[in-house]
Design a protein around this ligand. Structure first.
Ligand SMILES: Cc1cc2nc3c(=O)[nH]c(=O)nc-3n(C[C@H](O)[C@H](O)[C@H](O)COP(=O)(O)O)c2cc1C
Length: 347
């Protein structure tokens, strides 16, 4: 089967990237994805109280409408984050809005939170079954009060998701990233904490914040202190970047967020900054540019309790997750660690 998945990935790479994504989702819904066996026990770990069979998660944006989280768990991901969902369905930006930068092993996207809305998302998550499935929530582009959007989503999805991620870092919704600034973040996380107090204790799920890698000065420290103040469980570091390191592909000049290999160095550096500021008080998830076991291991050593990836799948297909896990387990053993947790922050 893995040869077939490799062939399918090569065929999909010849299509327009958004069409290719649509076909991948259809194939996964039909049960045509890879099926992997049990994980190496050395990979089992905990993230903010959630038990993961392995620390390699699927980053949000791939399964925006919570349609294929089960096949992606079967393909070997330790957890899957669905979304970003917004309260109302939203078309997103005009196409083309997704670009494959093959020479750079990178992607630029300016999707703009295209999704079918909270009701459809909630209905699918309600039937989720076993496994750790996160809900990544955002705000509608035309929302008069974006904080209300996040609160509405938290309430509607309470008890249905294993964890929540508050996405304030997409570069493709104008003004969204301003929610990362100190006073806006106090307002957002304060109102979310208030809402959480009114919700039933048995649906309790950890809440994470997802940040951009394009931060300045002491922003990481401020964000960490604000997250700690309002009882957040952790931070996802990071979303795509609006910066442009040296790129060689013809699409390098497209507007939007850059992800994939050229994001690895920046997002890992920012992760290490967050790890230093958090000093063990928050769980961190390392996202950005992971394409190998070495990359995943570097994020863990920089302070990530778990990792996520998306862009590398565009180039390598879903079989990549098995390779990453095998390599990660080998690296842990070679360095004398007996668990992922022991290696977290080793650098
Ligand atoms: C096409 C595409 C769509 C994305 N959509 C979302 C999204 O809806 N919400 C979100 O938090 N991140 C989104 N992301 C960002 C990824 O979750 C991840 O943070 C980023 O791509 C870096 O990881 P990578 O280099 O492994 O892709 C998207 C990324 C891509 C490439």
């Amino acid at each position: 089967m893995s040869d077939l998945h490799g062939l399918a990935t090569r065929l999909l790479r010849r299509l327009d990237p958004e069409d290719a994504h649509g076909w991948a989702i259809r194939a996964l819904k039909l049960g045509l994805g890879p099926i992997r066996g049990r994980d190496d026990p050395i990979l089992a770990t905990e993230l903010a109280g959630l038990s993961l069979p392995n620390p390699v998660g699927l980053a949000p944006g791939f399964d925006k409408d919570a349609e294929v989280f089960r096949p992606m768990l079967r393909a070997g991901f330790g957890f899957v984050e669905c979304g970003t969902v917004t309260p109302k369905p939203q078309a997103g930006n005009p196409r083309p809005r997704l670009f494959r930068l093959s020479e750079d092993r990178a992607v630029i996207n300016r999707m703009g939170f295209n999704n079918r809305g909270l009701e459809a998302f909630a209905a699918r998550l309600a039937r989720r079954g076993p496994g750790v499935i996160g809900a990544n929530v955002g705000a509608n582009k035309d929302s008069p009060d974006r904080v209300v959007d996040y609160v509405t989503e938290l309430k509607r999805l309470w008890g249905k998701a294993s964890y929540f991620t508050i996405n304030v870092s997409s570069p493709n919704t104008p003004g969204l990233r301003a929610l990362q600034t100190e006073s806006a973040l106090h307002d957002l996380l304060g109102r979310l904490a208030e809402a959480r107090e009114t919700l039933p204790a048995q649906g309790r799920a950890p809440i994470f914040l997802k940040v951009a890698p394009d931060l300045q000065g002491t922003e990481a420290e401020t964000i960490v202190e604000t997250c700690v103040t309002y009882g957040l469980a952790g931070i996802m570091v990071s979303n795509t970047t609006v910066s442009r390191p040296a790129l060689s592909s013809e699409f390098a000049g497209e507007q939007g967020g850059l992800s994939g290999a050229p994001l690895m160095e920046l997002s890992t550096r920012v992760l290490a900054e967050f790890a230093q500021a958090a000093a063990g008080r928050l769980a961190l998830v390392g996202v950005g540019g992971i394409a190998s076991g070495a990359d995943a291991y570097a994020k863990i050593r920089a302070g990530a309790g778990a990792v996520q990836l998306y862009s590398a799948l565009v180039f390598d297909g879903p079989g990549l997750v098995t390779q990453i896990k095998r390599d990660l387990a080998q690296r842990l053993r070679a360095d004398g660690f007996s668990s992922v947790a022991e290696a977290v922050g080793a650098d």
